[in-house]
Design a protein around this ligand. Structure first.
Ligand SMILES: C[S@@+](CC[C@H](N)C(=O)[O-])C[C@H]1O[C@@H](n2cnc3c(N)ncnc32)[C@H](O)[C@@H]1O
Length: 406
């Protein structure tokens, strides 16, 4: 089987970089990256600067356009489909317009992934999403992930998932993300796995257990998924744990404890001789930082006029050197509670991170986003991206799996 990849929602290419670092012959045949309603497409430009653009099967270039207007039949063939897609409302209703008789909400990107799978039938898929995907929406916990699993089951795939904290597996950032690995049941791998005991699979033999070893695992909970997505959308609710496996519409899930590896610490990724512009010099600004990072109790009113107290605890200020960084958001570097503030290695004065340090938190090469975009966008792109070494870990497991595929 050829090691070909299609990367949807490609951002600045975290998946591609993770696979290319393996140097084992992975070849991206097509990608898609479009920031909705923005004139400047900084992430797409950065991606193309590093990897070049790719034509579709008509010889046309549409990698920088809204994926929902792309004819999926024109996407070049690939055996691995990857992508980090947003956590949205995946509910569906009956519709007479589509062949499957279902209608998802407009702009929900999961349906673009599904259409690509239907058109291209890839043997394997790896997706990334936030950890709360498993619990969403709050009023019908697990519904959205249930829809995703049922959708993949209906298309002939089995799935493993795992919530991974990158810092536990040797990275510089405490970033928890859900990784989803789907494989077609008719692959050699699919046939090998179909006879496996679910507990063994989650604990040791499965894809996720090999990429991200665990130290402990709890009881397994099970549930059957029905095929009808509308019915799942209307009434399904289930507590998905941080690890699990679905095959033939049957779900097994268990709470697992990750086996810790020594992380990279914040101090290890800090630069020397940092420019003055990154320092917090202004007294007024410093007071704002102290307020934002501090504990607070604020009286507020709901729309209905009900009074309540909004309270939040303190965030470490500055961020400690001897721990990995916190989760980086797209607002990193702005005056914001979640922005990292560090004590500088050389001067001991407080400052925000540099773009290179943000890249290091995500495990990208230094200056990856130094491709002409404004500094603010470099942080934005990194906040959107993923921890690249996590992809390389999964890629090396896929390398051994794919060897056995004809
Ligand atoms: C969570 S980010 C993924 C980042 C990526 N994994 C990386 O390493 O940089 C999702 C990306 O999907 C892109 N996107 C959102 N809507 C899109 C659409 N309709 N078509 C194509 N790309 C879209 C966003 O611009 C964003 O870069």
């Amino acid at each position: 089987m050829q090691k070909t990849i299609c990367e949807l929602f490609a951002g600045v290419g975290g998946f591609r970089l993770g696979f290319e670092r393996l140097n084992t012959g992975w070849n991206t045949t097509w990608f898609s990256q479009w920031e909705p309603e923005k004139k400047n497409q900084w992430a797409h430009d950065c991606y193309v600067e590093h990897f070049g653009d790719l034509p579709d099967l008509q010889g046309e270039f549409h990698t920088g356009e809204d994926i929902s207007i792309i004819n999926k039949d024109n996407i070049p063939d690939h055996n691995l489909l990857v992508g980090g897609f947003p956590c949205q409302d995946y509910s569906v209703a009956h519709s007479l317009n589509t062949s499957e008789g279902i209608a998802g909400k407009k702009g929900v990107l999961w349906w673009q992934i599904r259409d690509t799978i239907i058109a291209k039938n890839p043997a394997f898929c790896i997706f990334e999403n936030v950890d709360r995907l498993l619990k969403s929406p709050a009023k019908q916990r697990g519904r959205d992930f249930g829809i995703i699993l049922a959708c993949l089951a209906n298309l002939g795939y089995s799935v493993e998932w795992r919530v991974v904290n990158a810092a536990t597996y040797g990275a510089a950032q405490r970033r928890r993300r859900t990784f989803i690995f789907a494989y077609r049941n008719d692959t050699v791998y699919g046939q090998q796995m179909s006879g496996q005991n679910a507990e063994q699979l989650i604990k040791t033999n499965g894809f996720m257990a090999q990429a991200f070893p665990i130290s402990e695992m709890g009881e397994i909970a099970e549930i059957d998924l029905i095929e009808d997505l509308v019915e799942i959308s209307d009434s399904f609710a289930f507590s998905f744990e941080n690890a699990g496996y679905m095959t033939n519409h049957h779900v097994y899930t268990s709470k697992t404890i990750e086996r810790e590896e020594p992380p990279i610490l914040l101090r290890d990724i800090l630069e020397h001789n940092v420019e003055e512009s990154f320092y917090i010099n202004d007294e007024d600004k410093m007071a704002k930082w102290v307020y934002l990072k501090g504990a607070k109790k604020i009286p507020r009113k709901t729309k209905e006029g009900h009074e309540y107290t909004f309270s939040e605890g303190p965030v470490a200020f500055p961020d400690p050197w001897d721990r990995p960084g916190r989760t980086m958001l797209t607002s990193e570097s702005t005056l914001n509670r979640s922005t990292h503030v560090v004590s500088d290695l050389d001067t001991g004065r407080l400052r925000i991170l540099t773009p290179i340090e943000a890249e290091r938190l995500q495990g990208f090469d230094d200056d990856w986003t130094n491709t002409g975009m404004p500094q603010r966008m470099r942080f934005f792109c990194m906040g959107n991206a993923l921890v690249v070494p996590m992809i390389t870990r999964m890629g090396s497991i896929l390398d051994t799996i794919i060897q056995n595929e004809p």
